[in-house]
Design a protein around this ligand. Structure first.
Ligand code: SAH
Length: 467
């Protein structure tokens, strides 16, 4: 994976000060998925080229990746070692982090100086082709020179691949040009990768804050950037290739869970129970957090006491399915006004979910890492603070009754935990105390005398005595 940065501005070697990398030296660092090196191909007063080369170690990548889907060769044979992807962004962050933050102790006056720069990337995967390349870089003032790379030069009839040789030329500060690449390389690639660092929204704001808001494609960029950022469900520094189609994998997991629970038509019973609880509370403005493909939303819009529903999910694919299920495009204007879908992660403060009467969180908390649950509670009970919250989650004690489920297995491959009744109660009581709510517990599905029901529900009311 290669990136060359060339300056042709007079005194071109000042590039070395700005990048904090001396033209006479090679600098190498470990980046988790391999090693990254910076060296200079050329350093004259007229022209100075610094090259960042990243050696990706596909074997270590494959070891770090998710345990599922490891039986094929794909983790070992893929484009990651040479195609400029989000991993190149990670390397830019590691090796040019000081330059990107606009620090240059020796020559602070250079930081804001625009230079004639050429950014050269021999292999860039681009979903959407040349059009996307131009839409992203031309508004930023680059001239874009791109050549598609043939799938196989020996078989011209196979046509071109999705990879381009790309050269961007423009007059920018070094800091700004690096930030452009840092944000836009993963947007071009548009595949799910794991990142160092958790807080993708903060990162996007830090690197894009001063140019992204004015970019005509800011929405497209943000959507693609955060798609995998917010979806990052792996632990810190689990940098790995997400070659499998994550949506496909999620759909398969959902299907497997449905199969386990199907004999009880549990899903139906859950939707009934939650809809009844919303109506019993008088309906009003309802937000469904982790709405998935919108099954509950569909039920709620049909209730006359529900004045509006907002469905929030982190998965764009799920929201697209919800849009189709609800047939938003065919709805009458009046009904349409009552339904909104929004992409969002429940572990970030979000003003869009403030001001609701009821929040529903159906089979979602078990998808959140345990160590993020406190943040989720703060966002929901502390910040959004609706009058009532309805939460459902599996009761792990009941799992022994599922024939298709192995011992100590969970119902869904993406579940981070499944709680016993007492685990759930303990959590519910503690958040209630912290945020001034009163919980009431109930069962969904057959209530077995020993194990309890398959699904447990809590209805939290803000600032009231227990019923
Ligand atoms: N409530 C729906 C879907 C449950 S599946 C139903 O009962 O049918 C869990 C859903 O939570 C998925 O759609 C997943 O994308 C979403 N999700 C998981 N973690 C999330 C998070 N941190 N923020 C927002 N949504 C999340």
């Amino acid at each position: 994976m290669l990136l060359s940065i060339t300056s042709t501005t007079a005194d071109a070697t000042i590039l070395g000060y700005l990048l904090h990398k001396h033209p006479d030296r090679v600098r190498s660092v470990d980046v988790g998925f391999g090693r990254a090196h910076v060296f200079y191909q050329e350093a004259s007063p007229e022209r100075c080229t610094a090259t960042l080369m990243v050696e990706v170690d596909p074997i270590s990548l494959s070891r770090k990746r998710n345990s599922r889907n490891t039986q094929n060769l794909e983790p070992y044979v893929n484009d990651r070692p040479y195609a400029a992807s989000s991993m190149l962004s990670v390397a830019i962050g590691r090796l040019f982090g000081t330059a990107m933050s606009g620090t240059c102790d020796t020559h602070p006056e250079l930081v804001d100086q625009k230079m004639d720069l050429e950014l050269e990337l021999p292999v860039v995967p681009v979903r959407g082709g040349e059009d996307v390349l131009r839409r992203l870089f031309e508004p930023l003032g680059y001239s874009v020179d791109c050549t598609p790379i043939a799938l196989d030069p020996q078989f011209q009839s196979w046509g071109d691949s999705n990879y381009f040789a790309l050269t961007l030329s423009g007059s920018h500060t070094v800091q700004r040009a690096l930030a452009h690449l840092f944000v836009l390389l993963p947007v071009l690639d548009d595949r799910k990768h794991y990142w160092i660092g958790e807080d993708e929204i903060d990162k996007l704001m830090r690197r894009g804050g001063d140019w992204l808001p004015n970019h005509p494609e800011s929405e497209f960029i943000t959507r693609r950037y955060l798609r995998f950022g917010a979806l990052t469900r792996e632990a810190l520094a689990r940098l790995a290739d997400g070659a499998e189609d994550s949506d496909q994998a999620d759909a398969e997991l959902d299907e497997a869970e449905a199969k386990v629970e199907r004999p009880l038509s549990l899903n139906q019973q859950r939707l009934d129970a939650v809809t009844d609880a919303v109506v019993a509370m008088g309906g009003g403005r309802v937000v469904d957090l982790g709405c998935g493909e919108g099954r509950l939303l569909e039920r709620l819009v049909a209730e006359s006491s529900v004045s509006s529903v907002l469905g929030v999910d982190v998965s764009i694919a799920a929201l697209e399915r919800a849009e189709r299920r609800l047939r938003l495009d065919e709805m009458s204007e009046r009904r349409r006004e009552r339904v909104t879908l929004a992409q969002g992660a429940l572990t970030y403060v979000d003003d869009r979910i403030v001001g609701h009467d009821v929040a529903t969180v159906v089979e979602v908390i078990e998808h959140i890492d345990l160590e993020r649950l406190d943040v989720f509670a703060r966002v929901l009970f502390g910040h959004a603070a609706p009058a009532a919250v309805i939460v459902t989650t599996p009761n792990s004690e009941y799992n022994v009754h599922f024939e298709k489920l192995g011992p100590s297995a969970m119902r869904h491959g993406d579940h981070r935990f499944e709680w016993t009744r007492s685990d759930f109660k303990q959590w519910a009581l503690s958040v209630s105390e912290d945020y001034g709510y009163v919980p009431e517990f109930s069962s969904i599905g057959p209530d077995d005398p020993t194990t309890g029901p398959p699904t447990q529900m809590a209805v939290f009311r803000r600032g009231q005595e227990a019923v």
